[in-house]
Design a binder for this molecule. Sequence first.
Ligand code: GSH
Length: 222
Amino acid sequence: VKAPPRLYYSPGACSLAPHIALAEIGKPYELELVDAKGGRKTDTPEWRAVNPKGRVPALTGVAGSIGGAAGLLTEAHAILFYLARTHPESGLWPSRPEDEARAVEWMNWLSATVHGMCYGQIWRPQRYVEDPALFPAVRAKGMSNLRREYAYIESLLADGREWAIASGYSVVDIYLLVFWLWGRSVGLAMEADFPHWTALSRQVSARPAARLVFEAEGVEPI
Ligand SMILES: N[C@@H](CCC(=O)N[C@@H](CS)C(=O)NCC(=O)O)C(=O)O
């Protein structure tokens, strides 16, 4: 019998998305806490021996290797894809190629531009410049980049669609919920300025899976 997958996570981090996907799927899984806000335990030799990237999320039990623990899968996008794709009954991954391509399009952009660039600048300015005196300027630029990308997300969701991609509820909506929560945590007026995105995020967060995970990670519900 195959051991249940273990998700390495930090409360409220992007690992929240695969955590909700696991809860949606409803099969047994294990959790291992890597860090509670601050990023210290992610950048230790112990954790890098497991995940050389020094980040969360990571999922066990997937054939292959990225140079750390055998069978470890990293990248929120890849983990969401894998979980949804291996549990077609969950309906979390679309089946038509054009919908699949849209899901990849959303998740790649959210991961690289919104997370990697904007939140990297806001939360990890030391990745961009050495001089701490310049951190406030990097953070400010990150916030203005974020506002532009968030306005763009809102404009896409304002066309009357119920979910991010045409085929219905998917891992993309779960991923979008994480970015909604992060917007709230950096002080954006999410309800007032992003009403369509807020409606979508409320639909996700009202589901039993998200409620369970909010409770488990101590995330304030929407
Ligand atoms: N590209 C990766 C980024 C993962 C990432 O940056 N995770 C954050 C939490 S949201 C993290 O582990 N930060 C700790 C650190 O950078 O030390 C993904 O999408 O999974």
